[in-house]
Design a binder for this molecule. Structure first.
Ligand code: J2J
Length: 553
């Protein structure tokens, strides 16, 4: 396994193989099988293109050959930041075939996140769109190359500027790597790609996912959702997000022989049009997007009757919203509790209506092990709140190159501490109550409080800063910054501009600012986030009643 990654203990790995969870196949090989079965049926659709299974497979081979010719090979890390386009899928599979390891950046990431990812992984290449949502990613690539010279090559989907056009990598006539000296297939037990954790640390931790473990996840999720050749999955969220990539998402749909439809944004306009045009049967969204859709459906004229399942996950789904899904969209709701690190829970078709509305389901795999523990690490009885711990055939044993963090994020016997506060019902369903991690869950995007705090402290007139969540009707949670100024307090606008200038993704900017004379501290002298969160809630409520100082978003 790639150095810096924590493998499963040998005996456990063997048991996962013997039980058939790990099939000993790489993602690149899997696509060959899917293409052999799928042939000329449509694998991927985007706004303006349709790619058949056969075409996808051949395209992937040409790209693999092109990357190989440009000296990208087994074990090389490549930061991939592409929007939902067929290129994203083709590039990832091309890298899988070479044994190179894509690092899944999100389209919203900027210099701060991308340079971190490139440095942490020693990436040799970076893949970007030319323009996305009005932003020129070639500018970002220039910054990244200056900051991290190890990034030898930049590939651009679109007009490349001084970089290499992805279209030139896709060079017909280049010898396939397999034919040009017999490149070995990567080991199915090795890392296929890196997902980003929604974690608590200042910058995202990298989640190494293996061919074996992820193919199992996609296969099993596809089975739970009953996908088949007639399934049409709409990727409304970024395909680089685990939820849209493999729960069952893009990979689960390709495994089932269905069709993946790629939306550039989760807007109801675009997604409803695609649902009608492509007869989409299943899609997945975060609660804030679900809310937008449910509001839009009232005036929307599109025919959404093909939709059978709306998966909602990524953040707490409130009952009032959950109740609106079936009547408004005419489809079944499926709640999904997932995490880049692994474990996924789904509500199932045979659940009672009440369970679907109020629980986040039970684990995907019979081999998923779940514990709910109190603060002393003792198992909590059913119905009692505790932290969710888990291990299993698709849950990592450690983050990449993070031994110190791993020492606390995992138990000695390999359980991942999710940081989620849950209870288990007598029927074994998991209900998420909140979280013990230091995060703001804004529209399903996990924003690390300490990361934002670090950047706020860079302002010369910020002496102390603390970031906590507060509820927000549209965002789910909003980012509240408390600042102790030195001298004249900076304004929210000023701080937001500073954070943008420092290369922070826009979704991490504080929604509100409260200037205070001191931060509350615990007995140990740490900032007391519980007190602060309660304070933020009071202030938000007070603002609502006086209708003053609306948050910026
Ligand atoms: C409450 N909190 C939830 C839910 C995730 C599928 C779906 C989502 C993700 C994801 C994912 C929640 N109710 N239904 O990877 O495959 C919070 C928890 C969890 C964290 C993980 C998938 N579903 N959460 O959101 O890695 O706090 O993955 O630990 O981004 O989101 O975040 P992330």
């Amino acid at each position: 396994m790639l150095t810096g990654c924590e493998p499963w203990p040998e005996e456990i790995a063997r048991s996962y193989r013997e039980a058939g969870y790990w099939a000993g196949q790489t993602l690149g090989e899997a696509l060959r099988g899917w293409a052999a079965r799928g042939g000329d049926r449509t694998a991927v659709v985007s706004r303006d293109r349709r790619v058949s299974y056969r075409e996808l497979d051949e395209w992937v081979d040409r790209l693999a050959a092109g990357f190989h010719a440009r000296e990208i090979g087994a074990g090389d890390r490549v930061v991939v930041q592409l929007p939902n386009t067929p290129e994203f899928i083709a590039v990832c599979f091309a890298l899988f075939r070479l044994g190179a390891v894509p690092v899944f950046a999100l389209p919203a990431h900027r210099a701060s996140e991308i340079t971190h990812l490139c440095r942490l992984t020693d990436a040799v290449a970076y893949l970007v769109p030319a323009l996305h949502r009005g932003y020129d990613h070639r500018l970002l690539a220039r910054q990244v190359r200056l900051a991290v010279p190890g990034v030898r090559q930049v590939f651009v989907a679109g007009e490349p500027g001084e970089f290499v056009a992805l279209a030139d990598v896709d060079a017909a006539g280049t010898a396939l790597p397999a034919a040009s000296g017999g490149l070995a297939e990567p080991d199915p037990a090795d890392v296929a790609f890196f997902l980003l954790s929604g974690g608590t640390t200042a910058l995202p931790k990298l989640v190494p996912r293996t061919h074996d473990d992820f193919l199992y996840q996609a296969r099993a999720a596809s089975a739970v959702c009953g996908l088949n050749q007639d399934s049409v999955y709409l990727a409304a969220l970024p395909a680089a997000f685990n939820f849209a990539w493999g729960c069952p998402g893009v990979l689960g749909t390709l495994h089932a022989g269905g069709t993946v439809v790629l939306a550039r944004s989760a807007s109801p306009d675009e997604c409803f049009t695609l649902i009608e045009r492509e007869r989409v049967t299943i899609t997945s969204v975060v609660p804030t997007v679900a809310q937008l859709w449910l509001d839009a459906v009232e005036w929307n004229r599109r025919d959404l009757s093909s939709l059978r399942v709306l998966q909602i996950g990524g953040a707490k789904l409130h009952r009032e919203l959950a109740e609106r899904v079936q009547p408004a969209l005419g489809c079944r709701l499926q709640q999904v509790l997932g995490m880049a690190e692994g474990l996924i829970c789904f509500t199932r078709e045979d659940y009672s209506a009440e369970e679907v509305l109020t629980t986040q389901g039970h684990p995907l795999s019979p081999a998923d092990e779940i514990r709910v523990v109190d603060e002393h690490g003792r198992d909590a009885p059913d119905g009692e709140l505790g932290e969710l711990l888990t291990r299993g055939p698709y849950t990592i044993r450690g983050y990449y190159r993070a031994p110190e963090h791993n020492a606390t994020a995992f138990t000695e016997d390999g359980f991942y501490r999710t940081g989620d506060l849950v209870r288990r019902t007598a029927a074994g369903r998991i209900v998420v109550d909140g979280r013990i991690k230091d995060l703001v869950n804004r529209c399903g995007e996990k924003v690390s409080a300490s990361e934002v705090e670090g950047h706020l402290l860079a302002h010369p007139r910020v002496a102390q800063a603390a970031v906590v969540p507060a509820p927000h009707p549209e965002l789910g949670e909003q980012i509240c910054a408390f600042v102790v100024p030195s001298g004249e307090a900076p304004s929210l606008v000023e701080l937001r501009r500073l954070l943008l200038d420092r290369g922070l993704a826009a979704y991490k900017l504080p929604d509100r600012l409260d200037v205070v004379v001191a931060l509350p501290v615990t007995g140990l002298g740490k900032v007391d986030k519980k007190v602060l969160a309660a304070d933020a809630l009071r202030r938000v409520e007070a603002d609502q009643t006086t209708d003053a100082a609306r948050p910026v978003h």
